[in-house]
Design a binder for this molecule. Sequence first.
Ligand code: HEC
Length: 133
Amino acid sequence: MIRYLTIVATAGVVLAACAPERQVSGRALYADYCASCHGATGRGDGPAAAGLGKAPADLSLLSAENGGTFPKVHVMSVIDGYTRRGDRASIMPELGPILQEGPLVMVDTGDGIMTPTPANLVALANHLESLQQ
Ligand code: HEC
């Protein structure tokens, strides 16, 4: 297990080193993969929203619904597909594979442990944070 974690951490460092120039844009990722349902400003009013059986969440209220704090770790796990994996009722596509293209960055995911996390996922979560009302 420790050996596995070391390999994962090392892979993160190597990947990050291979793509130092690549700018990750949360805004662009959001426009490409999320805005069709959630809308440009996150209010759940994208062009594809009407055709869904379930309304897309209003992503501009995530902080308000969480006592004023942006629930970053929850958001990252939803986006990554972990929270909803196996939930057949969920309409949200699993975006993990798309988001894992590109470098990894070290992030404290709330437990005080630095974890290699896809830079795309972090950028997307930061963009969502900027959409909060
Ligand atoms: C096909 C339409 C669709 C796309 C594309 C989509 N979503 Fe969603 N999303 C939904 C729906 C519908 C819900 C609410 C119902 C559910 O959970 O399945 C939701 C829920 C969420 C939630 C949960 C909010 C909460 O209160 O926990 C988050 C966060 C989220 N989406 C973020 C994203 C992000 C970021 C993207 C792009 C990477 C994205 N979604 C792409 C339809 C979509």
